[in-house]
Ligand binder design. Structure first.
Ligand code: NIG
Ligand code: FE
Length: 388
């Protein structure tokens, strides 16, 4: 922590950081334009390492059904849930998905996020999965935040293969994953390994197929049930194991000894009103690399706010504000393999920052449910507030 600090930015990179007097005395600083954020707290731009950014509509109707007592799984069994979004996405034009994505990205930026991972997974047929990944590519080009793409063809088994999931897994492994890799449509390959989605055996094949053509594994693990996904994450050297609400002490020990980033998504239990909590404290004590993310999606966690996730990490998962901030910056940057350029304020890294209107960094999670981010810079350019 640097009190009365300053950062010197050259182009899109950090050129110097330290006490304000020392930075202001630097020769290059004399001609620099000064941006005064006196009295605020400056963090590295937040890194949101788990989102389902591209979807065509909210599921506010299901939200109301759940409040009235129907569970997420019951809704899914009755053909709703992810499949509702899939049916609507298949019909949606790339332009409409893109403009929705763009509007959300502006909100991400307004909450201090400068790097966003985004998954496919609401297409589940080749044209629609490719449509999502291409929209993500275009968004990466056309707006300031960095978008890192993950192929999640293994989100659920689509309705047309419900009677024959093995055939869908074959399709993923033999055709779609190699095509995604060959076309450079994604850097990571994810699978939802849980009851009602893919088994550990199916998930293992899917992640191995991705790995074989250069897509690094990520995994939705133990969100609703303990099926063995956490161990699979370790065995397949996944960059990240996400959710982890239902792991046991042995899983915690194993994850603590691994390099798999444990990406906790406390927005889900909050939004679904579920009592289960990921064992964040035990993971930290076991030496695990812990990240937190929004899991922005229309079913389980419709929030773009990393500051809200920081509050949930502290209030619900009992992480300290400092642990939560590391879990929202450098640790997710590592899980996305961008830690050489993002996730911390260091010379040579991108000038990605979020400034908060607080006197003490602990007040960022403390004042929950309100956005105190008053300035976001991405690669040296102020992206929030937007210029009129
Ligand atoms: O991360 N777990 C699977 N996927 C999402 C939920 C997607 C949805 O309900 O639309 C998640 O929670
Ligand atoms: Fe997810």
């Amino acid at each position: 922590m640097i009190r009365d600090g300053a950062v010197l930015v050259e182009g899109d990179r950090i050129a110097a950081i330290g006490p304000r007097r020392r930075i202001e005395a630097l020769r290059q600083a004399r001609s620099a334009e000064k941006l005064d954020i006196r009295g605020r707290v400056l963090l590295p731009g937040l890194v949101d390492s788990h989102t389902h950014l591209i979807f065509p509509a909210s599921r506010a109707g299901e939200y109301e059904q759940r409040i009235s007592g129907k569970t997420y799984q019951q809704i899914a069994r009755d053909g709703g849930g992810i499949r509702t979004t899939v049916a609507a996405l298949r019909k949606a034009s790339p332009q409409s998905l893109k403009s929705r994505g763009l509007a959300y990205l502006e909100k991400f930026a307004a909450h201090g996020t400068t790097t966003v991972e985004a998954k496919s997974g609401y297409g589940l047929d080749w044209p629609s999965e490719a449509k999502i990944l291409r929209v993500l590519h275009d968004l990466d080009q056309d707006q300031p935040l960095d978008i890192i793409r993950t192929f999640l063809g293994a989100h659920v088994v689509p309705s047309e293969y419900r009677r024959n999931p093995a055939k869908y897994v074959d399709l993923l492994v033999r055709r779609w994953i190699p095509s995604v890799a060959a076309a450079g449509l994604a850097e990571f390959c994810d699978v939802f390994c849980d009851r009602g989605a893919f088994t550990p055996a199916q998930s293992r094949r899917i992640l191995a197929a991705g790995r074989a053509c250069g897509l690094v594994p990520r995994i939705h693990a133990a969100q609703f049930d303990r099926t063995g996904a956490a161990r699979l994450a370790i065995d397949s050297q996944a960059a990240s194991a996400d959710h982890l609400d239902h792991i046991n002490a042995a899983d915690v020990r194993a994850l603590g000894l691994s390099n798999v980033v444990c990406t906790l998504l406390p927005g889900c239990s909050f939004h679904l009103g579920l009592p289960q909590r990921a064992p964040a404290r035990q993971l930290l004590e076991a030496g695990a690399v812990v990240a937190v993310a929004t899991d922005f999606n229309p079913g389980t966690s419709p929030t773009v706010s990393m500051p809200m996730i920081l509050s949930l990490a502290c209030d619900q998962l009992r992480m300290t504000p400092a642990e939560a901030i590391s879990a929202a910056t450098i640790n997710p940057a590592y899980s996305l393999r961008v830690h050489d350029r993002a996730g911390s304020i260091e010379v040579g890294k991108y000038a990605d920052f979020a400034a908060f209107d607080v006197a003490d960094y602990r007040e960022i999670p403390y004042y929950f449910g309100v956005n105190l981010c008053s300035l976001t810079m991405k690669r040296g350019v102020v992206v929030h507030p937007k210029k009129p």
